[in-house]
Design a protein around this ligand. Structure first.
Ligand code: GLY
Length: 311
């Protein structure tokens, strides 16, 4: 039994002088603070890390400031299509959903996959059938599609669908890669991680990013760490980045801040990757790293004060 809990949340990476499209710095600060403090309350009361990461990510999904749940970016048809995953560090149990529509909280559907199915990942129509079976809350399109995302989608279309072009994304590092996530270390010393996203603006052909891929956008193992990633998903998938960070701790006994930094250095060295990670290690230490010029995240380490980075 540990004496302290730790919690980290993130709301996307990129050059955050462009966040005015979604909200002011003050809006993000208020949102981050409120969610961290709700998570703290649960951890103080002895809630398991898995419950806390699900709860924090569902709050991020409900807030239209972020690219997940309500406020997700639009795909090539002008629709919202979401991905999410959750992982329990106690036994490496995991649940994930990809290409789902109209589900109010994709992270809770991922949790149901973990709990109620013998599978790890469900996609598209099948995932929607599973959601119906368990009476998961669905909402109409207009709940998800917000004004600023329509504008962003129209700009991407006008620019010739360049947001899917790898070269162009690399040449435009000012772009913001929204995705939300949480990692937690509870009073029992258990770790958990969760990640949720609307993906990339104007995405095509049923594209799925790293967020629902165990080991790429999310990973948790009580012996090493809990990781949630945000960034250009294809690069995190090719480097299996969340598991790579866990391996740094397993093989090199790094602490969370050094492991996060090692992961980002690897991402950049191997694929010139753009994005960021939050990491809590098995001693409850918090670390983060990003290769973009900014990242929105907050943390509570060992039950201390809440802190943020919004630039
Ligand atoms: N990191 C989110 C995505 O690429 O879909």
């Amino acid at each position: 039994m540990s004496n302290h809990y730790s919690l980290m949340i993130h709301g996307g990476a990129g050059a955050l002088q462009h966040i005015q499209a979604e909200g002011s710095e003050e809006d993000f600060a208020q949102s981050m603070y409120g969610i961290l403090e709700q998570g703290r309350l649960k951890l103080q009361q002895g809630a398991p890390a898995l419950d806390v990461v699900e709860h924090c990510v569902s709050l991020l999904e409900d807030d239209p400031l972020y690219n997940a749940g309500r406020g997700s970016v639009l795909n090539e048809y002008g629709e919202v299509e979401m991905d999410a995953a959750i992982m329990d560090g106690q036994d490496l149990a995991a649940g994930s959903v990809a290409g789902i529509k109209n589900i109010k909280n994709p992270i809770s559907l991922a949790r149901l996959v973990l709990k109620k199915s013998e599978h790890v990942m469900l996609i598209g129509h099948g995932a929607m059938e599973f959601a119906e079976l368990w009476g998961v809350e669905c909402l109409p399109d207009d709940y998800f599609i917000i004004e600023s995302r329509i504008k962003q989608f129209q700009e991407a279309e006008k620019a010739g669908k360049m947001m899917l072009d790898h070269e162009d994304i690399e040449q435009e590092p000012q772009r913001k890669f929204g995705t939300v996530g949480a990692t937690a270390f509870d009073l029992e010393g258990n770790l958990a991680a969760a990640t949720s996203t609307g993906g990339i603006v104007n995405k095509r052909w049923g594209r799925v990013g790293d967020s629902p891929i165990i080991g790429a956008g999310v990973f948790a193992d009580n012996d090493t760490c809990a990781v949630s990633a945000t960034g250009y998903g294809e690069q995190f998938m090719r480097t299996v980045l969340a598991k790579m960070i866990s391996d740094c701790i397993h093989f090199q006994s790094l602490a969370a801040p050094q492991a996060a930094q090692a992961g980002i250095e690897y991402l950049v060295a191997k694929v010139k990757g753009l994005g960021g990670v939050i990491v809590i290690d098995a001693k409850g230490r918090c670390g983060a790293g990003h290769s973009t010029s900014g990242m929105i995240y907050g943390w509570i380490e060992h039950g201390g004060e809440s802190h943020f980075q919004l630039t």
